[in-house]
Design a protein around this ligand. Structure first.
Ligand code: S6P
Ligand code: ZN
Length: 191
């Protein structure tokens, strides 16, 4: 039988809370999985879900686009807002687009050389993440931060680099709202 040349077209409904219909859940990150990204997680904090990612099933190849939604809960660890692990794409030049669906937050971006940027995210924000920029989202609001993402199919995820070096900047709760501060735990690339 002749192999199918093209994927079957499909559609997915994104619900107001970021979940997908038909139902999908790819990853659930609890505080206990994320201890390393915060300065200190108090022992007294419950092991709650910080974020969930719902992904559409598409082969990981350069000819496709991966798409997913992220639902990042509101909260803080010390003064640091709840945030995603953050990653570079394993294939460094692969780009990505975020579309804010609800909530308020900050998209933090950084290159391996330590250059950094911040994009405010809310409903309707379209943020372009070029290749070469690590990206991490922080929820600075009191509701879940929900966004849609589309990225090149073979991008892959390099979490190790951000985990080892940290991120050059942090989103923290200031006395009168969110503030961006330098991350004292950041170690710039030796290259
Ligand atoms: C994937 C895209 C997002 C994140 C998600 C969770 O390339 O950037 O879907 O995967 O927001 O963040 P992280 O850093 O845990 O993958
Ligand atoms: Zn990404």
């Amino acid at each position: 039988m002749e192999a199918k040349r093209w994927l079957e077209p499909f559609s997915t409904d994104v619900q107001a809370d970021g979940t997908l219909t038909p139902e999908r859940l790819t990853g659930e990150q609890r505080l206990s999985h994320l201890r390393a990204i915060y300065e200190a997680v108090p022992e007294s904090m419950p092991d709650q879900v910080v974020y969930r990612v719902y992904s559409m099933p598409v082969p990981e190849r350069a000819s496709e686009l991966q798409t997913c939604t992220t639902v990042l809960e509101p909260g803080t660890v010390g003064r640091e807002y709840f945030m995603t692990k953050g990653h570079f794409h394993a294939v460094r030049d692969r780009s990505e687009v975020y579309l804010g669906l609800s909530g308020e937050g900050l998209l933090l971006l950084a290159t391996e050389e330590g250059d950094h940027r911040v994009i405010e995210m809310s409903k309707g924000t379209v943020a372009y993440v070029p290749g070469g920029w690590a990206h991490r989202s922080a929820n600075t609001g009191s509701d879940p931060l929900v966004f849609f993402a589309a990225y090149v199919g073979d991008a892959g995820h390099d979490y190790a680099t951000v985990l080892e070096r940290g991120f050059p900047i942090l989103a923290v709760m200031g006395d009168d709202g969110p503030r961006i501060v330098e991350n004292p735990r950041y170690r710039v690339s030796a290259a």
